[in-house]
Design a protein around this ligand. Structure first.
Ligand SMILES: *Cc1c(COP(=O)(O)O)cnc(C)c1O
Length: 487
């Protein structure tokens, strides 16, 4: 393939007068002209590329081949749960019966859709061990903000105005302190122990009547199960605060344990990580939140309820938060989640957590002689290496990640979490075969060998990708995101 030719923009293929379509003559031009007031009409023609059909087809087909996704290869991106999403769920969500509904249709014509919302709310409540769920928020971070607003509304309802702070572990995902700050809270950071879990002694010094809530991620950001949750929950509750569970990483917990049973009051789930919506490109997401008994009345409007005669209705409650989204969240994402839950059934869902945990531990054990494992003990769905064990080669985590691309694997998450200098965070998920895991392990071992014997080969990688070493800093400081003709 001629790389230079195929990495051009479609605008660069443009030649005046060339065209790849033929449309019938507009016969209703007069009517159109009358329908659109003059000030809304375009004054000059749009500057669109003029290209013939084969060039268009080749351009987009080759561009799509430059992309990497779960459908093209193994994607062990830690903290992201890039697992394979069954295609049947996309098909169901795209069914015109579902995709052509309008949110403001009379409820007597949308009973099926409302039943879908209601059934998903019930299923998520069962999975999370919560009393009620709302599917309205659009993403994990949006769910965090909504959950904290529920906590705020709860304290307000008791006229407890003194609670101005939220406790967040230093290992937390960046969205946690950000959401708390957007909600108007001050952040109190609690330290981690060397094994990555929350330092309970440090926590004790932070508790008091000014604490509104504590946010926790479990398994935490380094893939470890937080063993002291019952004790932590008791400490926080005793001082009058609520417990918030960041369930973006619920995958390894499925069928094993439930946040509600561990003492959490509010939680969110990322449907676009655990429940079958492809993600990674900034596409539509969903961050439903669940609450324990006694907090349901604060969940944001509107609510889908089941009424006496077995029918469903959309209700607005005075005690509730206002809207956090235009309607009931991203329906197609919710549909995929319900299709996934129902097709796996409780038996299938119970295997997700144990299998994702098994896969992560398998890779960790097969590579720990060559890569530095900073935290001992079994991990959950993911784990962190602190770069190569042999530090004398000068080969960094960035080099290893880029060399992996040459072998057709997506890179793991790198330089996050910030607890280690050379973090390399691997999450294989439960959807990969033993053969794929073995191929990945073999390549990781080969890269370690190359680092020792031919370090330059690894440092100059990738060698097989359309672009090799973009200037990250320049791209972040001066991004060029629009096309301008080079004169
Ligand atoms: C992904 C993630 C989030 C944020 O979810 P978004 O949908 O990207 O907003 C929050 N917390 C954790 C632990 C995550 O992994």
């Amino acid at each position: 393939m001629n790389r230079e030719y195929y990495s051009k923009l479609i605008f660069e293929h443009s030649r005046p007068g060339r065209q790849g379509f033929s449309l019938p003559k507009v016969t209703a031009k007069d009517t159109l002209d009358k329908a659109l007031p003059p000030h809304l009409r375009r004054q000059k023609a749009l500057d669109l590329p003029e290209v013939d059909e084969p060039t268009v087809v080749r351009h987009y087909t080759n561009s799509s081949n430059n992309n990497f996704g779960v459908d093209t290869g193994f994607y062990p991106l830690g903290s992201c749960t890039m697992k394979y999403n069954p295609k049947i769920n996309d098909e169901i969500a795209a069914d015109p019966v579902i995709s052509r509904l309008h949110p403001l249709q009379p409820v007597c014509t949308t009973q099926g859709a409302l039943e879908i919302y209601y059934t998903l709310q019930r299923a998520l409540s069962e999975i999370g061990g919560m009393a009620e769920f709302t599917v309205n928020p659009f993403a994990g971070a949006h769910g965090e903000l909504t959950g904290l607003m529920v906590i705020h509304a709860y304290h307000d309802s008791r006229a407890d105005w003194a609670r101005t702070k939220v406790i967040v572990p230093d290992s937390a995902h960046g969205t946690n302190p950000a959401s708390a700050a957007v909600c108007g809270y001050q952040i109190v950071e609690v330290k981690s122990l060397p094994d990555g879990t929350v330092d309970v002694e440090d926590l004790k010094t932070k508790l008091g009547p000014d604490i509104a809530a504590m946010m926790m991620t479990n398994p935490n950001t380094v893939g470890m199960f937080e063993k002291h949750i019952p004790e932590i929950a008791k400490l926080v509750h005793d001082c009058g605060g609520l417990m918030y569970y960041d369930g973006a990483n619920l995958n390894p917990m499925l069928g094993v344990c439930r946040p509600g049973d561990m003492g959490f009051d509010v939680m969110h789930i990322n449907l676009h990580k655990t429940f079958s919506t492809p993600h990674g490109g900034g596409g539509p997401g969903s961050g439903p939140i669940g609450v324990r008994t006694g907090l349901e009345q604060f969940l944001p409007n509107p609510h889908v309820v089941k009424i006496d005669d077995g029918k469903y209705d959309v209700r607005f409650f005075d005690s509730a938060l206002g809207r956090v989204s235009s309607w009931l969240g991203n329906f197609a994402v919710e549909m995929r989640a319900l299709a996934y839950i129902m097709s796996l059934g409780s038996e299938g869902l119970m295997k997700v957590g144990p299998l994702s945990t098994l896969n992560a531990n398998y890779i960790m054990q097969q590579l720990r002689d060559l890569y530095l494992l900073p935290i001992e003990g079994p991990c959950k769905h993911e784990f962190v290496f602190d770069g190569l064990k042999d530090k004398s080669t000068g080969v960094t985590t960035l080099n290893v990640a880029k060399r992996l691309l040459d072998f057709g694997f997506h890179a793991p998450t790198i330089y996050f979490p910030l607890l280690f200098h050379e973090s390399l965070m691997i999450e294989p998920t439960e959807t990969e075969t033993r053969e794929t895991l073995d191929r990945f392990i073999a390549v990781m071992r080969q890269i370690a060998k190359e680092a020792a014997e031919q370090p330059e080969l690894v440092k100059s990688a990738p060698h097989n990708t359309p672009i090799s070493h973009p200037d990250d800093t320049e791209a972040a400081l001066h991004p060029v995101v629009t096309w301008k003709e080079l004169s």
